[in-house]
Design a protein around this ligand. Structure first.
Ligand SMILES: Nc1ccn([C@H]2C[C@H](O)[C@@H](COP(=O)(O)O)O2)c(=O)n1
Ligand SMILES: [Zn+2]
Length: 162
């Protein structure tokens, strides 16, 4: 009997891979973030990446971060990948779902994550973990009973030729 392939990717590699691929759509020159929301039975429900809202041109709004005037920085305009993934969802409810994200969510996204019923966050990076925004995020998420799981990279290189 012919046996099944053995080197297929795991569920975690699959969903984090989709989040990484989504991040590649971001136009942010410094940090690209991707998110993938998955049901309890491992169906992909939604995806997102950081960028400006519909109608706000990638070529006209500012991508800078160092400018003294916040009006001229990206922070006032970019929607985070996690919020985009939540807002992109066209089904009924996200209650009980899992979020795969390439960077730990901020406090604003944490509020949306809690309120839409996501119960587990699998995150690949936490480079802003010491900032008040991420500390506040963790405070809220833990208080709301959301499970926080650091993603363990397997080191497998996934190559896609498009
Ligand atoms: N969990 C996160 C954290 C950040 N983002 C977005 C917001 C910005 O577009 C960018 C961060 O830029 P930086 O301050 O590193 O230049 O990443 C996100 O979507 N999700
Ligand atoms: Zn955020």
């Amino acid at each position: 009997m012919t046996e099944k392939r053995k080197d297929y990717i795991s569920w975690d590699e699959y969903f984090m891979g989709v989040a990484e691929l989504s991040a590649m759509r971001s136009k942010d020159p410094s940090t690209q973030v991707g998110a993938c929301i998955v049901s309890q039975d491992n169906k992909i429900l939604s995806m997102g990446y950081n960028g400006f809202p519909k109608g706000c041109s990638d070529d006209e709004f500012p991508w800078g971060k160092g400018c003294e005037d916040p009006y001229e920085t990206k922070y006032f305009y970019s929607t985070h990948s996690e919020l985009n993934a939540i807002l992109n969802y066209r089904g009924g409810s996200l209650e009980g779902s899992k979020l795969y994200v390439t960077l730990f969510p901020c406090n604003e996204c944490a509020k949306a994550i809690i309120q839409c019923g996501i119960k587990m966050i699998i995150y690949a990076d936490d480079k802003y973990g010491d900032t008040p925004a991420v500390r506040a995020s963790k405070r809220m998420l833990l208080s709301a009973g959301v499970e926080l799981v650091p993603y363990k990279r397997t080191g497998r290189k996934l190559e896609v030729i498009v």
